[in-house]
Design a protein around this ligand. Sequence first.
Ligand code: BES
Ligand code: ZN
Ligand code: ZN
Length: 498
Amino acid sequence: MEFQGIGSKFTAASVEALAVVVFKDDNANDGILKELDALTGGQVADTIKAKEINGGQGETALIRFSAKGVKATRLLLVGCGERDKYKASSVAIASGTAARTLRKLNLKSFAFDARIDGDAVEIAQNAVQGVITSQFELDKYKTKDKNTKSLSKFVVHVDGGKPADLKKGVERGQIIGDSMNFARELANEPPNILHPTEMAKRAQAMAKEAGLKCEVLDEAKMEKLGMGSLISVTKGSEQPAKLIVLRYTPAKSTAKKGDVIGLVGKGITFDTGGISLKPGEGMDAMKYDMSGGATTLAAMRAIGLLKPSVPVIGVVAAVENMPDGKASRPSDVVTAMNGKTIEILNTDAEGRLILADAVAYAEKQGANRIIDMATLTGAVIIALGGHNTGIMGNDQELVDELISIGKETGEGFWQLPLGPEYSKDIRSDIADIKNIGPRGKAGTIMGAVFIQEFVDKAKWAHLDIAGTAWHDGVRPHQAKGPTGVAVRTLVKFVEKSQ
Ligand code: BES
Ligand code: ZN
Ligand code: ZN
């Protein structure tokens, strides 16, 4: 697909359709909308007046027209809600909605005006990312009823945008959009295909493409490092666990000496619960239990291609959680890499067990600001649903920064508290800690305080993406399924650390 940014002559773009944003209580008498109204013989005003579109989020209306000197013969109005709530990150939703709607109508090319003032790089980036992520579909394994329609050209118009800024924005949008889709594709893979070995293979191929160093640690190496916590989870699986380690080193670093960002992901390629077996109903959803790992790989991909001036290390613990004769039992005691002993009371609380060693490893490799991502608890879905990722950490500044960046990228993060009173709840009778807290109490926090035990001096934040990594229904701008959550926020976080 071809992407282009233009700073003038929106209506002259060589495309089949134009698309423009309309707001609630919009009228057709300002700026570009007025121009388009004139071009279509008053149809924009008529369409709004007839309430064919009210400007609500996700609404669309198509106008057919023919005007001299204009190649496009369709105008799509895209509802974006209230004007004062519309921001740069809304642009991706608008362009994505337009792209899905026009593709369905079998149109191949369109030009888009987001009707927003601001940084041309950011606007073009969001518009392009929105189009790319809107085209992702779940039909990889279908032999029939596959989506066969596709767009071939997208033009984003930012009035007065300089060519260099537009080019940069388009490139950035492609990198971030493709990286998000990379995460989504991994999350959607069935677990018989995407086992830990395959996840490591895909990470290696990605690293080559993105100019990252990639090292894959096998079980023998992990045993040697003393990762008894991680290893305990893979015991019941025929699939060997892999610890994927990606390194991005900038050509010229502007980071303070010794500063390294660590991104760590839970890569459970399938979570049966182990001996603490999950109920059959809905277990299929647990193929997405590697979404934190996928987010880590995707963010590292974007970082490798965007080349910020700070070093970043990515660590993904890729493991399958299965029950069998060799599997961990509830009441087993294991020793993690940092020497702490863990009483495993529930083998279904396995994410924290693999993250314990992965986080400790990231710190040992030099990371002094660590962000881990995990579909860690069902409890976070009960607390926050699908609209906010749970965030917790040992450093308020780091947590605040991620929340604030999330507001810019359109990704919600909601903080839950940690503290010694919660940490007490995971003290074990016979070992240092146990992997679950009291039944039915603060499940998401219990996961976080457990991981905290394996962070030494680093600043650390934990993102529980169990509710946000998968969306059950289709949305106007997005297919149902994996969302690629947190990739945009992590990339921005790294870039802001430059
Ligand atoms: N992968 C699950 C978390 C999960 C559960 C995500 C349901 C989405 C939907 C995790 O490994 C898990 O099973 N957590 C347990 C922890 C419990 C045993 C303390 C949970 O949340 O039930
Ligand atoms: Zn589990
Ligand atoms: Zn899990």
